[in-house]
Design a protein around this ligand. Structure first.
Ligand SMILES: [Mn+2]
Length: 237
């Protein structure tokens, strides 16, 4: 059986037009490149359907996108907060809790890491430039595969055991970041300014978040491919 990896799309709302879904193809291609079957999940309208969908999935991929609403980590909005997707936040939080409960693997990418942090009791910088002193440029305008800055992996982390301990050059397209880690998570990588660039659950088989975009790098960097491979392999364990 090919491991089934659920992906929750982002919501597109245009005034006066009904809601539609959107997903960058790179995520679906990355999952297939390592032998997984990506499946786009519609928004569930009740808890029973969340559980039914989670039951069908072997893993969950949380993708990039808009900002997380600060109420999910107990803050009011600050100047610098970008656009949010109210319904997507709700959906992803419900799916995260259900996947964690069933001990099924989760990989969070960029916003995916941030929503995982918010869902599990962590908090975010609403805007790095305004809130984090001496933050480096984490949203430099460049091609999607431009390797912008280094991340330094924690030598004892699951992440470094999967993709190696050496510093890793990553792309960077985020203006938010994880401020406080969620409960039962540790940092698995930092950038030079001290920002958490990856995190992992300590008592879950595979709940890992990365702040960069490996889906744009797996074709040119074997270590980024290893991240997806480890994720999909974890669903078979
Ligand atoms: Mn970055």
């Amino acid at each position: 059986m090919i491991p089934r990896i659920g992906i929750i799309p982002s919501e597109v709302r245009t005034l006066g037009i009904e809601r539609t879904y959107r997903l960058n193809d790179a995520y679906a291609q990355a999952i297939q490149a390592v032998g997984g079957l990506p499946l786009i999940l519609p928004y569930a309208n009740n808890e029973e359907n969340v559980l039914a969908m989670v039951d069908l999935m072997d893993g969950l991929l949380l993708t990039g996108g808009a900002d997380v609403a600060p109420r999910h980590y107990g803050e009011d909005p600050k100047v610098g907060l970008g656009s949010i997707e109210e319904e997507r936040d709700e959906q992803e939080i419900r799916f995260i809790h259900a996947m964690m409960k069933m001990s099924k693997p989760i990989l969070g990418i960029c916003r995916g890491m941030q929503i995982m942090a918010a869902a599990r009791g962590g908090s975010l910088y609403q805007d790095l430039e305004r809130e984090m002193p001496f933050a480096m440029g984490h949203s430099t305008e460049a091609n999607k595969e431009h390797r912008s800055h280094r991340v330094y992996l924690e030598p004892d982390s699951r992440l470094s055991r999967m993709i190696g301990k050496e510093p890793l050059w990553v792309n960077s397209r985020h203006h938010q970041g994880v401020k406080r880690l969620p409960q039962r998570f540790v940092a698995s990588a930092y950038s030079n300014d001290g920002l958490i660039e990856a995190m992992e659950a300590i008592d879950h088989p595979f709940a890992i978040g990365v702040q960069w975009h490996p889906e744009n790098l797996f074709a040119i960097d074997e270590r980024q491919m290893m991240l997806f491979r480890s994720f999909v392999n974890a669903t078979k364990a």
